[in-house]
Ligand binder design. Structure first.
Ligand code: FMN
Length: 310
């Protein structure tokens, strides 16, 4: 028997998504500026580029370089700042046929709070926030918070008081024990956890005898980090009961199944968008196909269903 009907609907907190395939922050602009052939209505959600309080030009070039099975980036949170985001981008979401989650970054707790409060103060179709406490490419904020359970807990506790919308916290893999940070943000009231942000890396040009990236260290992404991401998602899933959104090196439907088995309830596609901005639609089709072939009605039947060795 082959199933003709499969169900990809996905619920995180109280928000229902068409499917569990989202695009990752920094790899899909603000959901605007996309080529015409990209059908965003096929996506479960778009996570915006990180928004900070002030506009940021980011780090000097070179800030992106290809690596075997991935890329290094040190963009440094270049973005238009919250005021321009509210003025120029939020109105565009009125007619958008997918859910929008705004990624927020900051160098102090106050900055995160100000950005979130400013966005909350205008009426919008945004369904929630992803709090980036995991950026490896800035000197203050970002990863400084994400490696410290107490600081993460304090920030998320404060942000939780400011919004009833979905509050997702994005974690860094550059820690000794990611479970501790996951527990701390769950305790603070996060609705979900996204994992992972990029892994710290470096490239060297032996002709110039220089690092390949201006800032020397950068964030590694793409298929090269998938095994790290799977391990992190699996560890987190053993620790917390809130949903996990798996990120790291996903390029096809089979990769999504791997993340679901590891314990993710949804996934995000990052680097793969640079090769084909329409990869999300293809991945949704591939996931559907997998469910049909394996006679699985709802994709959630796969979540955490990993058969471990004894
Ligand atoms: C060029 C680039 C820019 C990124 N910018 C952001 C960002 O602004 N905020 C954020 O939380 N993550 C950012 N990320 C991290 C991605 O959202 C994602 O967590 C990471 O790349 C791993 O997924 P992937 O292997 O599918 O790319 C960026 C990644 C890349 C490659």
């Amino acid at each position: 028997m082959r199933l003709d009907l499969t169900d990809l609907t996905c619920k995180i907190g109280s928000v229902k998504f068409k499917n569990p395939v989202f695009t990752a922050s920094g790899t899909f602009s603000y959901g605007n500026d996309l080529p015409e052939f990209v059908d965003i209505s096929m996506l479960g959600a778009i996570i915006t580029k990180s928004i900070t309080y002030e506009l940021r030009v980011g780090n000097p070039p070179p800030r992106i370089v290809e690596t075997p099975s991935g890329m290094l980036n040190s963009i440094g949170l270049a973005n238009i700042g919250v005021n321009n985001f509210i003025k120029d981008i939020i109105p565009l979401y009125k007619n958008i046929d997918t859910k929008i989650i705004v990624n927020i970054a900051g160098s102090t707790n106050d900055e995160y709070i100000k950005v979130l409060k400013d966005i909350e103060s205008v009426s919008s179709d945004i369904v929630g926030y992803e709090i980036n406490i995991s950026c490896p490419n800035v000197e203050h904020g970002g990863m400084e918070l994400g490696v410290d359970a107490k600081l993460s807990n304090k920030l998320i506790t404060e942000l939780r008081k400011q919004t009833e919308k979905l509050l997702i916290v994005k974690l860094t893999p550059n820690v000794t024990d990611i479970s501790k940070i996951a527990e701390a943000v769950e305790e603070a009231g996060a609705d979900a956890i996204s994992a992972i942000n990029t892994v710290i890396g470096m490239g060297i040009d032996i002709v110039k005898r220089k690092p390949t990236i201006y800032k020397t260290y950068a964030g590694l992404s793409g298929p090269a980090i998938k095994p790290i991401a799977l391990a992190m998602v699996h560890k987190i899933s053993k620790t917390v009961s809130i949903p996990i959104i798996g990120i790291g090196g996903i390029v096809n439907g089979e990769n999504v199944v791997e993340f679901l088995l590891a314990g993710a309830s949804a996934i995000q596609i990052g680097t793969a968008n640079f090769r084909n901005p329409n990869v999300g639609e293809i991945i949704v089709d591939e996931l559907n196909q997998y469910l049909k072939e394996n006679e699985i009605l709802h994709y959630s039947e796969l979540i955490g269903k990993l058969n471990l060795y004894e």
